[in-house]
Design a protein around this ligand. Structure first.
Ligand SMILES: [Fe+2]
Ligand SMILES: [Fe+2]
Ligand SMILES: [Fe+2]
Length: 418
C-alpha cells in the first residue's frame, strides 16, 4: 500500500474497535487480539499470502455476538454456544457487518465459518471438510487456543497441544497439524507462554502490525466509506455493552444531526458532530455495569468512577489520529451551561458548540428511554424538562430547537425506529 496514512488510520481504528469488543468494565479479555496474533502466526506458516486478511478478520471475528451484548468467551463449550441464539448466529452476523466494508470475499468466509468443525459438528451451517476454508480453520484453532488458555489452571500450554492433538481431524483439517507443531516449537517452545502474558502479547501484536496491509483500501474515498461503517459498528458495540442503552449512540447522533441542520451549521461541522455522537459514550465501556445500572444513589466513589468515563473517552479518542477531532465534542458532552458539569466545569460558550448540542441530544434520548431505575418520560414531560433546565443544564438556544424538533411526529417516529 502506497499511502502509509491510510494504513495507519485503518490499523488504529480497527485495533481500537477490537479492544472495545473485548472490554468489560475494568477488564479486557484481549481475545480478538490474541486470536489475531495466533491465527496470523499460523497463516505465515500455512498460507502467507492470506495473512493480511486473516489478521484483520481475527481482530473483529466475534463482533457479531458483541453487538447483541454477548461475548462467545462467556460460553466456553460448543453446546452452550449453540444454545444461545445470538452466539449461534454470531459468525454470520460478524460476516454481515464486515461485508459493508467491501473487503475481499475470503474475509467474509473466514468470519462466517470460524466455528465450523472439520467433522461437520460445528455451527452455524454444519459445514464439513474441504468446504471450510483454511483461513476459517486457522481462526478456529486460534480461538480454541485462547479459550483453553483460560480454562486450564496448571500447565495450560501442554494441555492445549494435547487437546489439539486429540481434535485434529475433528475440529480442524488434519493437514494443519504440522503448522500447530511449528507453532508449538516457535520461539524455542515459548510462543504459547508468551501470548498468555498480556505485555508480551501486545509486543508481538505491534511486531505483526507493520507486516500486514489492508490492501483493498486504495483511496481516501474507500477509507471514508470504511470509517462510516466502522463508526456505526463502534456505536453498536458501545451501546450493546449496557442493557439499557441499545442504539442510544445512534439515536443521539440522529438527533444531534437534526439540531445541527436546524442551526444551518457547515456540512463538515455537522459530520464531526455526528461522528463524535457515535463515540461519545466509549468511555462508559470501562465503567462496571453495577454502577451504570444502579438503582438508587451512587456513593462518592461510584460517582467518581462514572464521571471518569468522559476522561477515558478523551484518552481513547486522542490516541487515534482519525478520531482526534472528535475529542472536544465527545469529551465535553457532560458539561453544563451554568458551569456545574464535568470534567472541567466549563460554562456557556466555553463549551464547544458540538458538545452543547450533544449534551441536549444525549439528555433527550436518555429521558425518552427506559432506564434500570425508572421508566421512559413522555414527550410532553421531556419538553417540560428541557424548558426547566434551559440556561442551567442546557444552552437555551439549543433547548428551544430541541423542543421544536420534538413536536415533529415524523422525526420522533424515525428516531424511535433506530
Ligand atoms: Fe466466535
Ligand atoms: Fe472468538
Ligand atoms: Fe450518552
Amino acid at each position: 500500500m502506497k499511502d502509509k496514512k491510510l494504513k495507519a488510520q485503518f490499523d488504529q481504528t480497527i485495533s481500537a474497535l477490537s479492544l472495545i469488543i473485548d472490554q468489560f468494565g475494568e477488564q479486557n479479555l484481549l481475545h480478538c487480539r490474541r486470536v489475531a496474533v495466533i491465527a496470523t502466526t499460523l497463516a505465515e506458516i500455512v498460507i502467507p499470502e492470506k495473512k493480511d486478511i486473516i489478521f484483520y478478520a481475527s481482530l473483529l471475528h466475534d463482533v457479531g455476538a458483541v453487538v447483541f451484548g454477548e461475548h462467545p468467551m462467556m460460553f466456553p463449550s460448543m453446546e452452550e454456544q449453540k444454545r444461545v441464539s445470538c452466539v449461534f448466529k454470531h459468525p454470520t452476523v460478524s460476516s454481515n457487518i464486515i461485508s459493508k466494508l467491501n473487503v475481499p470475499k475470503e474475509m467474509l468466509d473466514y468470519l462466517g465459518d470460524h466455528h465450523e468443525w472439520y467433522d461437520g459438528s460445528g455451527y452455524p451451517n454444519g459445514k464439513k471438510g474441504e468446504d471450510i476454508s483454511i483461513g476459517a480453520q486457522l481462526i478456529r484453532i486460534a480461538d480454541t487456543i485462547d479459550i483453553k488458555l483460560r480454562g486450564y489452571k496448571e500447565r495450560p500450554c501442554t494441555e492445549i497441544y494435547n487437546y489439539l492433538r486429540l481434535h485434529k481431524g475433528r475440529e480442524f483439517n488434519p493437514s494443519l497439524w504440522n503448522a500447530v507443531l511449528d507453532l508449538k516449537n516457535k520461539d524455542a517452545g515459548a510462543f504459547c507462554t508468551r501470548i498468555s502474558n498480556d505485555v508480551d502479547l501486545h509486543r508481538i501484536f505491534s511486531e505483526i502490525l507493520p507486516t500486514v496491509e489492508p490492501h483493498w483500501i486504495t483511496s481516501e474515498t474507500i477509507m471514508k466509506n470504511h470509517m462510516k461503517v466502522i463508526l456505526d459498528t463502534f456505536a453498536e458495540v458501545i451501546d450493546a455493552k449496557h442493557q439499557y442503552t441499545r442504539r442510544h449512540s445512534e439515536r443521539v447522533a440522529f438527533f444531534s444531526e437534526k439540531i445541527a441542520l436546524s442551526m444551518e451549521l457547515p456540512q463538515a461541522e455537522i459530520e464531526q458532530i455526528v461522528y463524535a455522537a457515535h463515540l461519545h459514550d466509549i468511555g462508559k465501556v470501562y465503567v462496571p455495569n453495577e454502577i451504570l445500572d444502579k438503582n438508587g444513589q451512587l456513593s462518592n466513589r461510584e460517582l467518581e468512577i462514572l464521571k471518569r468515563h468522559v476522561i477515558i473517552t478523551m484518552e481513547i479518542l486522542d490516541a487515534i489520529e482519525a478520531f482526534r477531532d472528535f475529542t472536544p465534542i465527545a469529551g465535553f458532552h457532560q458539561e453544563r451551561y451554568d458551569g456545574k458539569g464535568y470534567p472541567d466545569g466549563l460554562s456557556s460558550d466555553d463549551i464547544p458548540l458540538g458538545a452543547r448540542i450533544l449534551g441536549v441530544a444525549d439528555a433527550v434520548d436518555a429521558m425518552l428511554s427506559d432506564r434500570a431505575y425508572r421508566k421512559a418520560l413522555s414527550v410532553e414531560n421531556t419538553t417540560i424538562q428541557l424548558e426547566r433546565c434551559s440556561g442551567t443544564q442546557f444552552d437555551p438556544m439549543i433547548a428551544v430547537i430541541a423542543i421544536g424538533l420534538l413536536n415533529d411526529k415524523e422525526m420522533l417516529t424515525k428516531m424511535r425506529e433506530i
